[in-house]
Design a binder for this molecule. Structure first.
Ligand SMILES: [Zn+2]
Length: 330
């Protein structure tokens, strides 16, 4: 895979190719943007082009160096990420520093990719800072992060920052079709992927997802009819779904329901994600005011944030569902 195969990140690729062309390579990069939009693929392609015997602005895909990267065994490309728990520990950064102290085996460069760099512990980040301040001449470190606010400002300022954008529904759908998935599935999944190809693949490979989605949307549609016991049961189901996949996908699905009701109300039918539920959306649109729908979306968004910061899932989701139930006018 060369730069040409990276979908929807033309601006980022152009910046990197300009650097390859001019030969002015930075020692540290920070790629930001949500999960599953091509940050890691682009970082690997950049390393491949840097190492390639062609020394052009893209890799040749044929030389030994390119083939080693393709087979994930190039000694000068090292990828680090979360190994245990939910953070990158100082020992991992020390290991990286030890690796980086050896000259490249093959060529002029040695590339370290750090995935989930927003999960560095403060000690790890501080230790990394020393390397960023005085990198070896052959060293290139590429940090991948979803959010900037979890990173030390001193780390950020040492890096060449490159922003990656969410992918369009069209691009995601084309990629899924390219992989041989059926059009009847790709259309919906591309819309539910929230701009992330990685998420689209997760959803389309998950055989349970269609049934889970159906359950969630039907419960939301009938939420005013659910008694307390049914709400608790619904939350238990949600938790089991969340344990099954990335929780953001579930929250995005819940958000999409209320967003769709707004879109239906305003007549933007083409923008609706859950287009197979038009009849239910139509009925729901008569029961909610715009203000209520917006406040439900804010609530869902906040609860997702609480859960990410380790608030008890069941309690937060119960509060959310009881509050949503109370919103319905009818
Ligand atoms: Zn090559």
């Amino acid at each position: 895979m060369s730069f040409q195969k990276i979908a929807g990140q033309d601006a980022a690729v152009r910046i990197l190719q300009d650097e390859l062309k001019s030969g002015r390579i930075h020692h540290a990069y920070l790629f930001t943007g949500k999960r599953g939009i091509g940050k890691k693929t682009t970082a690997v392609e950049f390393a491949k082009a840097l190492f390639c015997k062609d020394e052009g602005i893209d890799s040749c895909e044929k030389c030994l160096s390119c083939r080693k990267i393709e087979h994930k065994n190039h000694p000068d490309l090292i990828i680090t990420g979360i190994e245990e728990g939910d953070s990158i520990k100082i020992d991992q950064i020390r290991e990286l520093q030890r690796e980086l102290s050896y000259k490249p085996f093959d060529g002029r460069w040695k590339v370290h990719i750090i995935e989930d760099a927003d999960s560095l512990t403060p000690e790890a980040a501080n230790s990394l800072l020393k390397t960023l301040e005085e990198p070896p001449q052959y060293g290139v470190i590429i940090l991948l992060a979803e959010e900037l606010d979890q990173l030390l400002p001193t780390v950020i300022s040492r890096c060449q920052k490159i922003q990656f954008n969410p992918l369009s529904v069209k691009i995601i759908e084309a990629k899924l079709l390219e992989e041989g998935y059926q059009e009847e599935d790709t259309k919906l999944i591309a819309r539910l992927a929230d701009g992330s190809l990685g998420r689209a693949f997760e959803l389309i490979k998950n055989e349970d997802f269609p049934a889970q989605r159906k359950k969630i949307l039907e419960r939301l549609y009938k939420i005013s009819e659910l008694d307390a016991v049914s709400i608790f049961r619904f939350v238990d189901e949600l938790i089991s779904f969340i344990n099954d996949m990335d929780e953001s996908s579930i929250f995005y699905l819940i958000l999409s329901w209320y967003r769709d009701i707004i879109l239906y109300n305003q007549g933007y039918y083409n923008e609706i994600i859950n287009y197979d539920y038009l009849e239910q959306l139509k009925l729901s649109s008569q029961y909610y005011s715009l203000e209520e729908l917006i406040s439900i979306m804010e609530l869902v968004n906040n609860i997702e944030g609480y859960i990410k910061s380790n608030v008890k899932k069941d309690l937060a989701l119960q509060v959310m569902m009881f509050k949503i139930r109370a919103k319905k006018v009818k």
